[in-house]
Design a protein around this ligand. Sequence first.
Ligand SMILES: [Zn+2]
Length: 279
Amino acid sequence: MIIDCHCHAGRGDVMTAPWNTDAPIEPYLRRARAAGIARTVVFAPFHNDYGIANAEVAKIVARHPDRLIGFAFIHATRDRGHIFDMVRHAVTRWRFRGIKVHGYDAMPTRELCDAARAFRLPILVDVVGKAAVVDMLAPQYPDVNFLIPHLGSFRDDWRAQQLVCDQLVRYPNVFTDTSGVRRFDYLVEAIRRAGARKVLFGSDGPWLHPALELHKIRLLKLSPRDEALVLGGNAMRLLRGARRTPLPGFRSTSTSIRRSRAVVAAAGTVGDASMELEL
Ligand SMILES: [Zn+2]
């Protein structure tokens, strides 16, 4: 099963560029179906209010429940004090399975990473070329999976992409997606050095064509087993652990998440509240 782990859906309200104006899902879905893509992770474009944007994504996901999987877009500083509640709402009401953060807004904070840990959600964080932050995040939250799109730089900053290749090797909880990566041999290198388990197919639709991005994976000429991991197996593994209720000891307050010592011990287990991913 092919899973596209990176696509935008809904409207932005900033309207200064395509990525903050409109991400129409219908043309994407037609292209994806023709390309054989079965499931797609979707999140909002840039927005001034991610509460509104996430609700719109939830409506879109509800229209295509067999094809779309929602992630909650969070602004780590503007939404501070409310992140746990935003994530809980997205997971319990909408069955979202991950968090999207963009470095143009703000890099992930402890509050955000704690919320991801509580619900066992992956964080897809665009580090906008500042790949060094991964060296802070990954060891601080070894039980949270960080998915770094574009090998760290949509704008082809090769230094960032080289560093992310290196981080894929060094940290078990760091992954990348292939969306928008033009420098093909960096994808070859990432898989050769870090293994196919660390690389996920993503398109950055609807602005990039999913079939074109998918063809890049075919061109890697991986073994059938490795190609299956990149095209969907890895995504399924990362999405599978999501919980609808937080791990014991995590709770929301008006300004922060209080975390008991017991949580650290419990963080490695998946309880009854984990959601089965119906794929
Ligand atoms: Zn994107």
